[in-house]
Design a protein. Structure first.
Length: 309
């Protein structure tokens, strides 16, 4: 089956980035969301991002125009997926919502269409449990920002066929990205590695061994990471970090995945990360700890930090 049309369900941060990559990669792209305003914002963002690519010499003007012409929108899932050979859901990390979507895909998608989830932590096998077409279900975990990051983690469910894995890998390569294959185990590859570093960094900070800034600087200058673990957590979103850790802990019952106290407290107080994410007017770790430094008797705050932003 040749894939010509890709439907993306959910026009949030990840959905719009995937739609950008799909359209620029040459695929007819349908972006769906129940919110008309979310769709309008997503299309405007894609247009602005492509324009920026042209200004910076990264995208040809003709390629921009062709990509924009390939994008249509819909507010109804079954209509959005009807002509798609590949359907990627990019809704929040809630299993019930994803289960419902996969059953809709099963009912309304064309024969042999591939059903993919952009999940970073939930089980593909659980997600496709109520789906007849389990051999055509898999994970396609794009990384934020999806329009720029070159990696896509492909997750093989218990029933996913080799043909489905190969077809998804081919599409990933055709849109200019690199696929890696993971088994359907908690955290897959990327989250298991990334969250291990984040949890250990949190222990160093909570125990007063090192400041946030020094931990981030260590990983950037010592290991050549583009961002330190706390900067990356802010960028990803602290609410997303918390959900990922909670999911890993539920799946494994391993105490090493219990979310750090500071992370949970920050999310409860509305500190969700980089303000540019527009989830909240509050920032992330550096802003929160600067405000709370006066609570020096609390070991969570006793390490002094300086705002490096």
């Amino acid at each position: 089956m040749q894939i010509k049309t890709i439907a993306i369900i959910g026009a949030g941060t990840m959905g719009r980035g995937i739609a950008y990559a799909s359209a620029l990669g040459g695929y007819t792209t349908v972006l769906e969301d129940v919110s008309d305003s979310m769709l309008s914002k997503a299309v405007a963002w894609i247009r602005e991002s492509l324009d920026e690519g042209v200004r910076r010499g990264k995208v040809e003007a003709a390629a921009r125009d062709a990509a924009l012409a390939r994008i249509t929108t819909s507010q109804v899932v079954d209509e959005a997926i009807r002509d798609a050979e590949l359907i990627i859901e990019a809704v929040p990390e809630e299993l019930e919502m994803k289960l419902e979507l996969f059953t809709i895909f099963d009912k309304f998608a064309k024969p042999n269409a591939i059903f993919a989830s952009n999940t970073s932590s939930l089980s593909i096998s659980d997600m496709s449990e109520l789906t007849v077409s389990r051999e055509r279900c898999l994970g396609m975990h794009f990384f934020n920002p999806a329009q720029l990051t070159k990696l896509v983690e492909i997750i093989r469910g218990e029933s996913t066929s080799p043909q489905t894995i190969e077809k998804a890998s081919q599409i990933v390569r055709e849109i200019g990205k690199t696929p890696i294959i993971a088994q359907d185990e908690p955290g897959f590859i990327a989250n298991r590695l990334g969250l291990t570093l984040y949890v250990e960094a949190s222990k160093l900070q909570e125990d007063g061994i090192a400041s946030l800034q020094d931990i981030d600087t260590c990983m950037k200058l010592g290991y050549n990471h583009p961002m330190g673990p706390f900067e990356l957590a802010d960028f990803v979103g602290l609410d997303t970090r918390l959900r990922n850790l909670e999911s890993l802990y539920r799946s494994t019952n391993d105490s090493k995945w219990i979310p750090p106290k500071l992370l949970r407290e920050m999310v409860q107080q509305g500190y969700l990360g980089d303000p540019s994410r527009k989830k909240t007017s509050k920032g992330g770790y550096y802003e929160f700890l600067q405000i709370e430094r006066r609570q020096s008797s609390n070991p969570l705050y006793r390490t002094q930090t300086t705002n490096h932003r």
